[in-house]
Ligand binder design. Structure first.
Ligand code: SF4
Ligand code: SF4
Length: 417
């Protein structure tokens, strides 16, 4: 997968891909942010409204070892956060996808049920199912009693109609304390003894990523890490991924589309909009320490589009497109795991959450979900506060996002009535 020096001049070396002053600057800024929410784990990928004929019946052509699990996962794999139709799963399996990431809180348990129906008839050892220590209401707390954690996993097994999960993640880990929660680890050990789970994973995009993931990789407790990873974000992850690879820990990338604003960038030509996801995937997969990536799939055309990038090498044109995208979204994209501005808001508006809801609505076509999420914000803390505020939050943002303006508009877009 890594391109050789001196090869096709449109292709790039690993060094060229992974070194960038912009990347380092952005990463340094993000690393100083305080992590406050887990909502970035909820986002998924948009649909494209056009399908190029060349995408045809795209198939998975790249498989990579998932660390010590012994499984060869499809390089582009299936996230189920919006899954409703089991037939989409069946199509994905036909096209070679063999790794499925789900959770009880995806679509209020409906995703696990649809996945369970979709995998019927496929030999269990040919697919790899990852779920989370979650209930339909969300992540289980660190101190959730062990029997309750075990019951939550048994609920996943019932909905999926399988007798075991291949992988269960401690989800949305933002501290070493949560990472090493005695209750969650004891529940995993008991479930493993009972043959109900095989491997333990951790998912996170906290600003404490180095600390959390470094500890996870070095602990020998975790078989897989799932991490937000996209173009020019989190450059410090490369060393962690390499260490994970050396130790036999699988690395699954998520949030690879960096906000997916490409569908609404007016000066992006149609061909650029259509190939953005493929370029983003190729950049992620150019890192040989990445086992594979997970992207949300809920409709048939996404399978054609996304799998067209499977096994493909990244080109200079791809990187130019990703650079152009970065320039376009620099002052729009609220960085995962940041939160630098939150302390500055006298009204305690959950700025990063609300900007994320706006992104769901505008870029992912999830207006109703975004509005429902916004409706759960404490009425005293909504972006209604912003209209007459002098915006002390804005100097706190290292990325110069015009927070007040974007929140005022978010409030207009997302409120019911
Ligand atoms: S503009 Fe809105 S988010 Fe910023 S400080 Fe004022 S109330 Fe808070
Ligand atoms: S608005 Fe800026 S400072 Fe606030 S969370 Fe987003 S990127 Fe960070």
């Amino acid at each position: 997968m890594v391109m050789a020096e001196g090869g096709d001049e449109t292709k790039l070396t690993r060094r060229a891909l992974l070194t960038s002053t912009g990347a380092i600057a952005a990463g340094a800024a993000v690393a100083g942010c305080e992590y406050k929410t887990q909502l970035y784990l909820l986002s998924d990928a948009p649909e494209t409204d056009r399908k190029l004929a060349s995408w045809g019946d795209s198939k998975v052509v790249g498989h990579r070892p998932l660390g010590r699990t012994g499984f060869e996962m499809s390089d582009i794999s299936f996230g189920t956060s919006k899954l409703q139709d089991p037939a989409v799963v069946q199509r994905a399996i036909e096209r070679g996808i063999n790794y499925f990431d789900t959770s009880p809180d995806y679509s209020d348990e409906a995703s696990e049920k649809a996945l369970g129906q979709g995998i019927k008839g496929t030999p269990r050892d040919q697919i790899f199912i990852a779920s989370k220590f979650c209930s339909s209401e969300g992540h289980l707390d660190d101190d959730t009693p062990v029997p309750e954690v075990m019951r939550a996993v048994e609920g996943s097994l019932r909905r999926l109609q399988v007798d075991h999960l291949d992988l269960v993640h401690i989800h949305a880990v933002n501290s070493v304390e949560r990472l090493m929660s005695p209750n969650l680890h004891e529940a995993f050990d008991r479930l493993k003894e009972q043959g109900k789970v095989r491997f333990l994973g951790v998912s996170s995009h906290t600003p404490r990523l180095e600390e959390v993931m470094g500890r996870a990789v070095g602990s020998d407790r975790f078989d897989v890490i799932m991490v937000a990873y996209n173009f020019k974000n989190w450059p410090q992850l490369h060393d962690i991924f390499h260490e994970a690879h050396q130790r036999g820990v699988g690395v699954v990338a998520m949030k690879t589309l960096k906000g997916a604003y490409h569908t609404q960038l007016a000066d992006f030509a149609p061909s650029e909009r259509e190939s953005f996801a493929q370029a983003a995937f190729k950049w992620v997969l150019a890192n040989p320490d990445v086992s594979g990536l997970v992207v949300t799939i809920s409709h048939f055309p996404q399978i054609d589009e996304y799998l067209y990038a499977s096994g493909q090498e990244i080109t200079k044109q791809d990187v130019a497109l990703l650079e152009k995208y970065d320039q376009q979204v620099a002052k729009i994209y609220c960085r995962p795991g940041c939160g630098e501005c939150l302390e500055s808001c006298p009204a305690d508006v959950p700025i990063d959450d609300v900007l994320r809801y706006r992104m769901y609505a505008e870029s992912y076509g999830q207006e109703r979900d975004a509005m429902r999420s916004y409706a759960k914000v404490d009425p005293q803390r909504t972006a209604d506060n912003c209209a007459t505020c002098p915006a002390p939050c804005e100097p706190a943002c290292p990325f110069e996002i015009p927070i007040r303006e974007r929140l005022v508009e978010a409030h207009r877009l997302l409120r019911f009535g």
